[in-house]
Design a protein around this ligand. Structure first.
Ligand code: R5P
Length: 293
């Protein structure tokens, strides 16, 4: 066996789908959490030369330590190359110090991951002020794929003649690609954020009346961005509002917030495991990984 796929608990199903798409075995990395919060990590006992670590990094603080323990142990056991497939790459949004003393987490976590693995593949990383993943993750192999074409294909088979709306300027890169993949109309709103849970959405000059509007974003976290956008388009006459997202982070309360705002369906990719997962990324990830193996 020249390679295998592994993951921490919680991301086993998408990791096993990736293994199947690559025609490689999947062997779990186990974690035992001690009562004091520390973790005991157990990797495959006789790992091959190449290990694909398929691990999304949502709710990352424990996972980052467990990944570090796992990678160091794999090296001790003789693994020469670790390729990290992290469909959600954590800590990318804090890309500058807005106030003196603030940690620039994007740079720090990016360097940390680069010290653990030999290559990294992610999906729709939230890159705002930098545009090249290599600037955040200093590895020769640092690849940022987009789920947008897959989201567009999914929507084409699901909704007739939707109007896509990105809720803020940053979402334009994703909404434009989803629209192009399905041949849909699209528009982009603007957003003012006043705090973690306070946003205001300003709609573009677009006729939303009687349309099926699909809100498209990279991340749903608190849910306020999508909820405010849903309220705005409904007030502007939209018939139905759905939501399509790569990363369903869903902080506590977010799902209820979307329901109250009148969002009918939420569809997400399995970049993060969630009940709304409707689009599997295994084939897309495997196509990029295969030549690296
Ligand atoms: C922001 O730039 C992102 O693209 C998302 O719009 C944002 O992170 C969503 O966050 P929330 O759900 O907390 O409004």
């Amino acid at each position: 066996m020249s390679a295998l796929v592994t993951s921490l608990p919680g991301y086993r199903e998408p990791a096993a789908r990736l293994a199947k798409a690559l025609d490689l075995p999947f062997t779990a990395t186990d974690v035992h959490r001690f009562p004091d919060g520390e973790s005991k990590v157990t990797v495959p006992a006789t790992p091959p030369a190449t290990v694909v670590f398929c691990q999304s990094l949502d709710r990352p603080n424990d996972k980052l330590i467990e990944l570090q323990l796992a990678c160091a142990t794999l090296r001790d056991l003789g693994t020469e190359r670790i390729l990290l497939v992290a469909p959600y790459l954590c800590y990318m949004r804090q890309d500058k110090a807005f106030h003196p003393g603030e940690a620039v987490s994007q740079r720090i976590i990016g360097r940390h991951l680069a010290s653990l693995v030999d290559g990294l593949i992610t999906v729709d990383a939230h890159l705002h002020r930098i545009h090249d993943l290599h600037a955040a993750v200093p590895l020769e192999t640092a690849i940022n794929l987009s789920a947008a074409p897959r989201l567009g294909e999914f929507l084409a088979g699901r909704v007739e003649n939707p109007l896509l709306l990105g809720p803020d300027a940053e979402s334009e890169q994703w909404v434009a690609q989803v629209a192009a993949a399905g041949g849909f109309d699209h528009a982009v709103a603007t957003k003012e954020r006043f705090g973690d849970r306070q946003v205001r959405i300003h709609l573009p000059d677009t006729d939303f009346r009687a349309r099926t509007v699909v809100l498209v974003d990279d991340v749903i976290s608190s849910g306020y961005t999508i909820a405010e956008a849903a309220r705005a388009v409904r007030a502007a006459g939209a018939a139905t509002v759905h939501c399509l997202v790569t990363h369903p982070l869903f902080a506590p309360g977010a799902e209820a917030l979307l329901r109250e705002a009148g969002v009918a369906e939420v569809w997400s990719s399995d970049a993060i495991v969630h009940a709304s997962n409707a689009i599997h990324l295994a084939d897309m990830l495997a196509a990029t990984l295969q030549p690296l193996l």
